[in-house]
Design a binder for this molecule. Structure first.
Ligand code: R5P
Length: 319
């Protein structure tokens, strides 16, 4: 009797098939995209591959349009569960709704917790993310949740620049531990923190209030998990330059670049932006000299190898 039990099956949706293909190449495994649409816009999932007792990995960032891509994810998980997959791992390099991770004012949902509950109810056994907005969200899920670091892909690219007199800055107080980790890895002279106040009544609006730390005559590298409208980043960069920095650059794992974000960055004093392909890379930043994109494909492929072999992800990918 021949058996295909225990084999790997890779699925992807429509949000970043290129990244999934690259992961598939590294794992020498075909990637299946089972998504089509009915005339009325309903999503249809049909996987043309046996998944019975197989290890299924769904590589699918829930990037914009977030709600559409979430629905694709839920339906792919359900299809794999009903096809008797042995284990279903959802690899969500960018996790939409992750910023809504707490009840910060009355009468609001904890959206990210609800999304995780739906992922769990759909049948996922494990979650893999890259630089999830806040680590504690892993507690929303009952099973294992491996959060990988984009620094694995980004640090080698930044190191090549050999930036002297380097200070790493966090654009808000919540990103300080991320900035400290980068500062250690890049052997920076120090860390600075920009104070940002969000307007809770207006989406994507914030104001920079001041800086703790020395940036005068330094080359400053701002570290954030994501760039959405680029308001946070450009405000921080302007303040840093006002305080006498020699130059300002930025690193953000997730490049959403909504609205006129790229234009804002082009017009700003920011010299370079380092980002990754957790979200499908936008045409405006390809061949734009200010932007460098590092791929997370190898990081994801290595994580999938570790999950399958039982090797430690932290020892292999987080040192
Ligand atoms: C906020 O907590 C995040 O880490 C980012 O700083 C923020 O979401 C970026 O959004 P925007 O680019 O619209 O300012």
């Amino acid at each position: 009797m021949t058996t295909s039990a225990g084999q790997i099956v890779l699925l992807t949706g429509t949000s970043n098939p290129k990244l999934a293909e690259e992961v598939g190449k590294l794992l020498n495994t075909e990637v299946y995209n089972p998504i089509t649409k009915f005339a009325d816009g309903e999503i249809r999932v049909k996987v043309n591959k046996n998944m019975r007792r197989n290890e299924v990995f769904i590589i699918h960032p829930t990037a914009p349009p977030v709600n559409e891509h979430l629905m694709e994810l839920f339906l792919m998980i359900d299809a794999a569960k009903r096809a008797s997959a042995a284990e279903i791992t959802v690899v969500i390099p960018y996790f939409g709704y992750a910023r809504q991770d707490r009840k910060e004012q009355p009468r609001v949902p904890i959206s990210s917790s609800l999304i995780v509950k739906i992922i769990e109810t759909s049948g996922a056994n494990r979650i893999v993310t890259v630089d999830i907005h806040s680590d504690q969200q892993q507690g929303f899920f009952f099973g294992p949740w491996d959060n990988l670091y984009g620094s694995y892909s980004l640090i080698p690219v930044i190191e090549k620049k050999q930036i002297q007199d380097l200070v790493v800055a966090s654009p808000d107080k919540n990103g300080v531990s991320r900035a400290v980790a980068f500062a250690k890895r890049l052997d920076a002279e120090g860390v600075a923190i920009v104070f940002k106040e969000r307007d809770l009544d207006v989406n994507n609006k914030s104001e920079t209030l001041g800086i703790i730390g020395e940036v005068k005559d330094k080359n400053v590298l701002i570290i954030d998990d994501m760039i959405d409208t680029a308001g946070t980043l450009v405000n921080a960069a302007n303040l840093i330059m006002e305080k006498g920095a020699k130059s300002v650059r930025a690193v953000a794992t997730h490049g959403l670049f909504s609205a006129d974000a790229v234009e804002k960055i082009n017009q700003s004093p920011i010299e370079e932006v380092f980002t990754t392909d957790t979200i499908s890379v936008q045409p405006e930043i390809v061949n734009n000299p200010k932007f460098t994109v590092a791929s997370v494909a190898e990081l994801l492929a290595e994580a999938i190898r570790c999950i399958r072999s039982g090797e430690s992800i932290s020892e292999r990918l987080m040192t």
